[in-house]
Design a protein around this ligand. Sequence first.
Ligand code: SF4
Ligand code: SF4
Ligand code: FES
Length: 251
Amino acid sequence: MEEKNNIMERIAEANRPVTTGVDEKDIKDWVTIYIMGKGYRVPADLTILTAIEYAGYRLLRSVGCRQGHCGACATVFRRAGEYKLQADLACQTRVEDGMYLVQIPFSPAEKAIYDISKEPYDASVFMKYYPEVARCVSCNTCTKSCPQDLEVMDYVQAAIRGDFELVADNSFDCIQCGLCAIRCPAEIVQYHVAQLGRRMYGRYGLSMPEHLKKRVEEIEQGKFKEAMDNITSKSREELEKMYAERQREPD
Ligand code: SF4
Ligand code: SF4
Ligand code: FES
């Protein structure tokens, strides 16, 4: 019984792939899901991400941290009997019986190249690099699509007004998953707009903290050069050993 619980707990964990080592007889509840139209019977406790792996797919894209932080695992799905197309993070969403889904390997978007030290600190910078922001129709679809529950439309509107602080604050937890951009009728790439806003705000809107100024001076004086040279000369195996033996904060 203890062994059975361990297995159920293990597959319920979102941060581990479970493509091997699970005995079907230990699974209590099953659901049927459809991945790119093909039906699979998978354990009911799984996240979309682990269910895809359980079904036999090996993900090379569309997966990263498995913890809801990296934004790599955007997924689009429809629940059984629902007309609504949903989008969420595959590592943070449980499978449901009858769910149709597809992973989005990448959200294509052109990222502007700029040098923030040469740009004026006003709204024109957004119009220059992302002029499509002016086409926002205030539909709020981006906000409703955001798995981080960010006020995406508000930060787009703030960009149009040149309110860098609000852009930075509202988008601070953006994980660049792209789900807002793929739903936007104005084809705005909100997360790139936000990144430009945060960079500009960091460069012009905030004064440099004393401790950061001191650290930059130390770097320029070469204080960490020896340590950096040492670590960059290590082999992968040596780095892995160092990582495993690193000092950790107490739990
Ligand atoms: S989805 Fe696009 S058009 Fe709609 S509010 Fe968001 S940025 Fe504006
Ligand atoms: S703002 Fe857009 S890219 Fe950022 S987390 Fe929300 S949906 Fe993802
Ligand atoms: S794998 Fe990183 S957010 Fe899902």
